[in-house]
Design a binder for this molecule. Structure first.
Ligand code: IVH
Length: 581
């Protein structure tokens, strides 16, 4: 059911093209689909959509939330890990949250991960920064608590904060030691419970022989087996466990990730034999390729490779986002591909003036989802080269009319991966990327070192002005009640506000002639007064919000709040900027 719903619209409306109402409805739809998918996967162990489709829905949700931060739901799926707990198990609050991992879907995203960490830590490009690389096991995570070397508790991840108490079941798994020699007084070991292919097939045969329903895949079989209310059933199911992480500890296991894994192995845990120490992104990608080659013969399911910063002191400095660590990423194996016709290339203008080329495609189903739009990234990508001029796709450019390959590796916005030159129509012309803004006609400039061409029109560009103002009033910025994206569009269209500052003169300019606003569609005297009051309420807000609202490139919510915490006041910050000039 969920699959069909996902197939109905995902990819049909580009996130950039959504109106606020569509975005709100879409966020609601995605929250519903994801909740249903979570329930099926985590609580009922009977998934209804593929992992790639699940990732795609989640990414689409994040992309819409990034574009419409004010529409982010209280129950936003991006703030959630896992799902509600099944009935029947006691609950265990994790001493340290069990985290999820952010994903990378291609080599560039892995290199970006390394670059981002260096930037965060202030490390030079050539400073050593080793990572571990290990298979991402497709099972379910489990946290084991040992006190004075004795296993006292086992809990599933649950929603990350609270899991199910499956201690009796975990005790039946051979790979999970009941006693440890030489362990820290308190040790929480985390890892993945999984089932091998051979055991999965044998179990399904037994199930069917008994007239039972077969499991869809080894992950479901493992989850269903661990979460049996009767531990004797779990005992009869051949579950395995790889240790790869830890929670609360009374003493550190080692100074490095690799050292900690070796320590866990020495304590008697199974650790994955394909875990390697890599000296940087190329080495990580090489190891990824090796693991991918062995994937089919491993005898158990993996769905990617996990990279982790090796130095635990650096891991501690990097810390966590709301549900994922900054120091790790899962590089997923690629998903579905399909070929279709590129009908047109449209240019969208974003808040920072970025001109984004969007491929309009003859609709095609990619992994169960109908795709009719895809990103073309930037002009270099269309021309067949990367930002440094190196050829990509063997230097093949992309032209309107081309037969193109669509790639949807869990990406919310599908990408064009390749082009078939043998099917290029006669007379197809190389795409001329616009050098003026299609919205306002201003010159579109590409600065040195920037992959993106940007409209130079600033607030005179209607697309930029509206997007900047939507950002200005968004939930993490001025958050003015009654002034959302729709109202900003309306007021801009009617010439009432052309730039953010004009929001604060609305009452002055139109308050006495209340009638004017009042007579507009959707506005009555009360709502008008409420709006003016809501604007007045925000004449003084936290510095971090002001900085974020300005929409300065590279100054997102986190940086804005860091700056605010550092400078404490606008005047102190301006004085520091002046002094630095
Ligand atoms: S590390 C704080 N390593 O993937 C980071 N996770 O998508 C903890 N998983 O919840 C996770 N293999 O259940 C890590 N080698 C591995 C893994 C792995 C599988 C699972 C784990 C996690 C999920 C995130």
């Amino acid at each position: 059911m969920a699959e069909q719903a996902a197939g109905d619209t995902v990819g049909e409306i580009d996130v950039e093209a959504l109106s606020e109402d569509q975005a709100r409805a879409e966020l609601e739809r995605l929250a519903g689909l994801l909740a249903q998918a979570n329930l099926a996967y985590h609580t009922e162990d009977a998934p209804e959509i593929s992992d790639a489709d699940y990732d795609a829905l989640k990414r689409r949700n994040v992309a819409i939330e990034e574009r419409f931060p004010e529409l982010k739901r209280e129950d936003s799926p991006s703030e959630q890990v896992g799902a509600a707990l099944a009935e029947g198990f006691g609950k265990i609050r994790h001493a340290q949250r069990m985290m999820s991992l952010s994903n990378a879907f291609d080599d560039d995203e892995v290199r970006d991960f390394d670059r981002g960490i260096r930037r965060y830590l202030g490390l030079a490009e050539d400073a050593p920064l080793p990572f571990t690389a290990e298979p991402k096991i497709d099972g379910l995570s489990l946290s084991l608590r040992y006190e004075n070397g004795t296993l006292i508790q086992a809990a599933t991840r649950g929603d990350g904060a609270t899991g199910e108490n499956v201690t009796a079941n975990a005790r039946t798994i051979d790979d999970i030691p009941q006693q440890l020699e030489g362990a820290p007084e308190l040790l929480e070991v985390r890892g993945e419970v999984y089932m091998s292919h051979a055991d999965f097939e044998a179990l399904n045969e037994r199930q069917e022989a008994r007239g039972g329903k077969p499991f869809a895949n080894p992950r479901n079989a493992a989850a269903g087996s661990l979460r049996q209310l009767d531990p004797e059933i779990t005992r009869a199911r051949p579950l395995k466990f790889f240790a790869y992480a830890w929670g609360e500890l009374s003493a550190p296991l080692a100074e490095t990730q690799m050292g900690a894994i070796e320590r866990l192995a020495a304590l008697g845990f199974q650790t994955n034999p394909l875990t390697r120490l890599c000296d940087g992104p190329q080495d990580m990608l090489d190891h990824y390729a090796r693991i991918e080659e062995q994937r089919a013969t491993l005898g158990y399911d993996i769905d990617g490779v996990v990279y982790k910063v090796n130095d635990l002191a650096l891991q501690a400095r990097l810390g966590f986002r709301s549900t994922t660590p900054r120091w790790a990423i899962a590089h997923k194996f690629p998903a579905e591909l399909a070929w279709t016709r590129l009908e047109a290339i449209d240019i969208q203008v974003g808040r920072t003036g970025a001109l984004s080329p969007v491929a309009r495609l003859t609709p095609v189903t990619v992994g169960g989802v109908v795709v009719s739009n895809a990103t073309l990234h930037n002009e270099d990508y269309i021309a067949g080269r990367d930002a440094s001029g190196t050829p990509i796709r063997d230097g093949k450019d992309i032209r309107v009319g081309d037969w193109v390959q669509v790639y949807r590796a869990g990406d919310v916005i599908p990408k064009i991966a390749d082009v078939d030159l043998s099917k290029r129509p006669d007379g197809a012309e190389p795409y001329a990327f616009p050098e003026t803004c299609p919205e306002c006609g201003s010159e579109a400039i590409r600065e040195e070192g920037d992959a993106v061409r940007r409209c130079s029109g600033g607030l005179i560009c209607p697309a930029q002005a509206v997007e900047k103002m939507k950002h200005f009033v968004s939930r993490s910025a001025f958050d003015i009640e009654g002034l959302g994206a729709k109202q900003v569009e309306q007021f801009y269209r009617d010439g009432w506000i052309a730039e953010p500052a004009e929001i604060f003169t609305l009452r002055e300019r139109y308050g006495s002639g209340l009638q004017q606003l009042k007579n507009r569609e959707g506005w009555g005297e009360k709502s008008t007064n409420n709006l003016f009051d809501a604007i007045d309420e925000k004449r003084k807000i936290e510095l971090g919000r002001v900085l974020f609202s300005l929409g300065i490139r590279h100054v997102g919510e986190v940086v804005a709040n860091d700056l605010a915490r550092h400078y404490l006041s606008w005047s102190a910050m301006i004085a520091a900027i002046d002094a630095a000039r």
